[in-house]
Design a protein around this ligand. Structure first.
Ligand SMILES: Cc1cc2nc3c(=O)[nH]c(=O)nc-3n(C[C@H](O)[C@H](O)[C@H](O)COP(=O)(O)OP(=O)(O)OC[C@H]3O[C@@H](n4cnc5c(N)ncnc54)[C@H](O)[C@@H]3O)c2cc1C
Length: 458
């Protein structure tokens, strides 16, 4: 690759020293390692356009990287150009209850900017230290998704540099196909450079009820009620193992657990008012463990101390084969209990297992595929796995991933995804021909993020 050609046209930084290349050779997953030839930190969307144009002229691959929190190398490049979009970091202006943000803006900074102005984004992911472009490219699920869908659903308009090198503004009204494939498009069709996001006003206080369930069936019945009655603004849950000892599995003895289900239900409220426990009436939890009142800004940052513990304990640096799935409601209980039973709970140490119930139809972003039905269940096995246990963990996760397909569920694509061509086709189902058409049209040279989605049988 002739890096001088890049240096001649890019106003931002063009970097290829070994240390910088090493820094971006892996992602949060720490399972895949790739070496880019060069990193470009664009200073604006025109830099991005010039890089993509040159890539097409010279047959170079271009991969887009935000904060690099993917888990299967989605944000890595092998011997190509790695476009570090964190160079695009402008916020503003605010207009019509919306904000424009560059793709490299980190959500934590956007939240700080908006809170001062009386707004918040309708959906936030647990980790705020990821980029706007990174989550809009995968979906962006949060504990308000049952009301507002994904972060991609809250994009009103975007600017994208397509894989063909065109700088285009798109929305539901304008260039609809590009709008539909770039959201949740994993950087396969172009580079998102700027996004206009819907906002909402907020109330300053939050009350969270920490409930514990010992019965997944009761939890699911309660959730369908909570979601229909819209009793709470934020809904999140976990699966937590209570170790029981060792049991036989084939020739070996493995640890096993009884699983419990912590649920956090949160209501936003105004100063001078107090929510009452009548919100819990009729719910069938095993125990009300704790009730907490905190400010909304603190609530939005509630996971930061958890991630801090992961950093301090060293688990942040371990491999993370995360597997998030979206399950049809009627098969969710059986699937979750089956998968949890097959997992030695010790394999899940250093992370957590999430449960995110949601109303069906909450998302309208076409590339975010999920099962039909009045409700769906989000379920995420999010472990940090020491290398010596990786073989077993990956084999169990890949089996659980195939089983998702069999029960009519779908994978969330930021995690550990090891799909061949057949699985990709099955994942997108009836959307697959459209995915191929969009890829051919918006990235005719096939330069964008090659390798992750297998468009052809190899
Ligand atoms: C601790 C932790 C907690 C998390 N919690 C949640 C959660 O609550 N909800 C949730 O939905 N996800 C969650 N995630 C997953 C995370 O949101 C996604 O991995 C997200 O894509 C990361 O954003 P990023 O900026 O790191 O993107 P990267 O990992 O850098 O990129 C992700 C994908 O998007 C593409 N991409 C990035 N920027 C652009 C762009 N500007 N244009 C086009 N394509 C682009 C990349 O090529 C890649 O395919 C979590 C991850 C971690 C590590």
């Amino acid at each position: 690759m002739d890096i001088q050609k890049l240096r001649a046209v890019v106003r931002g930084h063009v970097v290829n020293d070994p240390e910088s290349l090493q820094d971006v050779s892996s992602d949060f997953g720490r399972l895949v390692h790739r070496s880019p030839t060069v990193i470009v930190v664009p200073s604006d969307a025109d830099d991005v356009r010039r890089v993509v144009e040159l890539a097409n002229e010279n047959g170079w691959a271009v991969s887009t990287r935000g904060a690099g929190h993917s888990q299967s190398g989605q944000s890595l490049s092998q011997e190509g150009v790695l476009l570090d979009v964190m160079g695009l970091g402008r916020i503003g202006p605010l207009e019509d209850e919306c904000v424009w943000a560059d793709a490299g803006v980190v959500w934590a900074d956007l939240v700080t900017y908006l809170l001062h102005r009386g707004y918040v984004p309708p959906v936030l992911t647990n980790n705020l230290n990821v980029t706007v472009g990174g989550t809009v490219s995968t979906g962006g699920l949060g504990v308000t998704s049952h009301q507002y869908g994904t972060q991609a659903d809250n994009v009103v308009a975007m600017e994208v540099v397509t894989g063909a090198g065109d700088r285009v503004t798109c929305s539901k009204e304008e260039n609809r196909d590009l709008f539909d494939c770039a959201r949740c498009g994993l950087g396969q069709f172009g580079v998102i450079t700027r996004v206009k996001l819907k906002l909402r006003r907020f109330l300053p206080r939050c009350r969270t009820y920490y409930l514990l369930y010992d019965d997944l069936g009761a939890l699911m019945e309660d959730h369908s009620r909570i979601l229909v009655e819209q009793r709470f603004d934020f809904v999140e849950g976990w699966c937590a193992p209570c170790m029981q000892g060792m049991r036989n599995l084939g020739d070996t003895r493995i640890p096993f657990a009884e699983w419990f289900y912590p649920v956090h239900l949160t209501l936003e409220y105004a100063d001078g008012t107090t929510p009452t426990d009548s919100l819990l009436s009729g719910l069938r939890h095993y125990r009300k463990v704790y009730v907490e009142d905190i400010s909304l800004p603190d609530f939005l940052r509630r996971m930061e101390p958890v991630f801090q513990i992961w950093h301090e304990s060293g688990s942040w640096r371990l491999p993370h084969p995360w597997m998030e799935v979206i399950l049809p409601w009627d098969r969710a209980g059986e699937y979750i209990q089956g998968v949890l039973k097959s997992f030695p709970p010790t394999l899940l140490a250093g992370g957590h297992v999430l449960l995110w119930p949601c109303r069906g139809g909450a998302s309208n972003a076409p590339m975010f595929v999920y099962p039909e039905g009045d409700f769906v269940m989000g379920f995420g096995i999010l472990p940090a796995v020491p290398r010596k246990n990786l073989g077993m963990a990956l084999s169990l996760l890949n089996k659980a991933s195939d089983l998702v397909m069999q029960v009519g569920g779908k994978r969330y694509l930021s995690g550990w995804v090891e799909f061949d061509h057949t699985r990709w086709k099955a994942h997108y189902g009836p959307m697959w021909p459209k995915v191929l058409e969009w890829k051919g049209f918006f990235d005719p040279g096939g330069v964008m993020n090659p390798g992750f989605i297998k468009y052809r049988e190899s």
